[in-house]
Design a protein around this ligand. Sequence first.
Ligand code: NAP
Ligand code: SF4
Length: 702
Amino acid sequence: MTQTLLAPAACLTNPLHTRPALDRLSSQQPTGFELPVTSQTSPFPHLFTPLKVGRQELPNRILMGSMHTGLEEQGEEGLARLAAFYAERARGGCSLMVTGGFSPNPEGRLGAEGGFLVDADASHHQQVSDAVHAHGSRILLQLLHAGRYGYQPDIVAPSPIRAPINKTTPREMDETDIQRTIADYARAAQIAQAAGYDGVELMGSEGYLINQFTAPRTNKRDDRWGGSFENRARFPVQVIKAVRAATDPQFIIMYRLSVLDIVEDGSPFEEVAALAKLAENAGADILNSGIGWHEARIPTIAQAVPRAGWSWATERLMGKVEIPLIATNRINTPETAEQVIADGHADMVSMARPFLADANFAGKAARGTPEEINTCIACNQACLDHYFKGKDATCLVNPRACRETMLTWKPADTARKVAIVGAGVAGLSCAVTAAERGHDVTLFEAATQIGGQFLLARHIPGKEEFNETLRYFRNRADAFGVSLMLNTRAEAATLADFDDVVMATGVAPRVPDIAGVDHPCVMTYEELLSGAREPGKRVAVIGAGGVGVDVAVHLVERGLRSHLDPAEFRSTWGVAREPEDHAPSHDVVLLQRSTGKMGAGPGKTTGWVHRLVLLRANAEMIADVSYRRIDDEGLHISVGNEDRLIKCDSIVLCAGQVSVNALADSMKADDRPVHVIGGASFAGELDAQRAIEEGTLLGSRL
Ligand code: NAP
Ligand code: SF4
């Protein structure tokens, strides 16, 4: 996809309005950041203490970890977009980053189109390294051989055991395959060095090929590459040695060690620690942490994981090697990152998704303005879920991520008076983008707070992070002089004086046409989540879409435990112990009319977490339902040909939404031009990603 998504700002006509703070344009388009910040001047002194890695000295301890974007698989065009993506992060103050995965040979590709590095002429990669070096930063290329996790026919592995998340059984590697693959790693590292990369990250975790050699689960060999720990560790050790021998001494070798496999027959801690030492001795300069294989059934990066919920797994290795250790997973703020290092859990922190959410993360941390950071909310919706659906990754809270060359905007030629009605995320993103470009924006909101549906969603376990998005928007709106009119229901007359009117009036819960739906036991999800109504003990949830699943999870977990506490997370999910089951706080029956799989919700990489929570809480899930009526006995349904009564104290309606657009309709009827965005334009399949993207796009065009 090469076309420009947006035309440059239109030539506008009203010169009367002044522009606020255009020098700060824009939070999404970095204007450059001067490093270094020292530990004396930074509010995050541990984070901004330099770190020696091999023969290099890094100015701080922030790593932008590897994030596969899908662009790795799109040849030169993809690399050009990656160059812009990384350059923007380098300009935003990130001093070390790792690319998405490239295989050292064709059989190690993630998919049939997967990127690999075998051609001695990799000069097209030079644009990536040059773009990063231009801002004084460094970049490592990740070498990732997928082994049995490849979604293509020619996959190989130490033993011919199919992964539970793959349909293809791998071919067992013979001695020649193994020797050739080690040589392929060395050659790929040489090519990366020639293309200007500052080093490589060898992906040894998450259940990919190297990890498949080290764990008894996937290595059933009885030759010198399997059996004893020494034999299983031989492959990573030989790979590191070969890469070290093939590259210059200052070329950084980062080894991503699986500090916790979280699968049956994974490596015990003693072997993990021993492998760390072997990797160091073989020539690794720094060890990154990998947590959990992709087939693990404990969340490792989803919203269910508290911030820094896995850094203890890296901390166990501190002192066991001389080289620096990097902690990772669900570290999404400078405060959390600082704490991880201050607590001695690691020497450095890796953050991948937070750099999709905000290219200027490191610069804002260095400047001491963390409140300006657009925080990753760990939803996976536009990054990992996109990748696994074959779409380019981007970010729910930052639609420019991975579209840096396509989604650009400039200061408006002439400031216009813009009214935006509705301060949900569609209205907010439109308001801040338009205001950053210099427009004079007034944002009307009938409620007492900004946020719309986010105000409700933040009550769902794990979605507390949505508060950060609202903090970010509030801050941007203040910085760029948006006039925020809370408690103000805009009328057509109020909007008469504006050059542009944007309707972002959002959605209201759909009330389905079921006999007795006005019974006192019935409430909408909005009434439940806002706290306006209290549910009884036994609750029927009508509708099992994203909101129905969220509400069901909210009901079973309500008030039971803190979702922010790593220790509680470990006991709930049985990390390094048996899981502790709590009696659910409500007995939930989740219902849908269609016949598909229930309880997973919309997220490909997160839906299983919700389903597992509901199954463990003994929530009943009933599909293929016809709703007959609601009365004092409860909810009467038919399932197939059978009538059933769901005895319940409360019924929560999660049957989708309808647009709220009466004001837009009346203005259109009077022939007054309005822009309608977000749920007000189309309620079906509304999600926050579409709302923020539509708002941002319109704000950049006004
Ligand atoms: P939704 O996904 O459209 O689900 C609403 C459900 O209600 C439908 O699955 C439908 O299932 C049922 N329904 C629709 N009309 C009905 C009627 N007249 N009577 C009874 N049942 C009816 O809507 P949503 O759950 O409100 O979610 C809204 C949007 O937000 C969606 O795009 C969703 O993906 C997104 N979202 C995302 C997340 C996330 O974590 N990524 C979380 C929440 C919401 P049946 O017809 O089968 O009964
Ligand atoms: Fe983070 Fe969600 Fe953006 Fe992914 S899409 S980077 S998880 S906020």
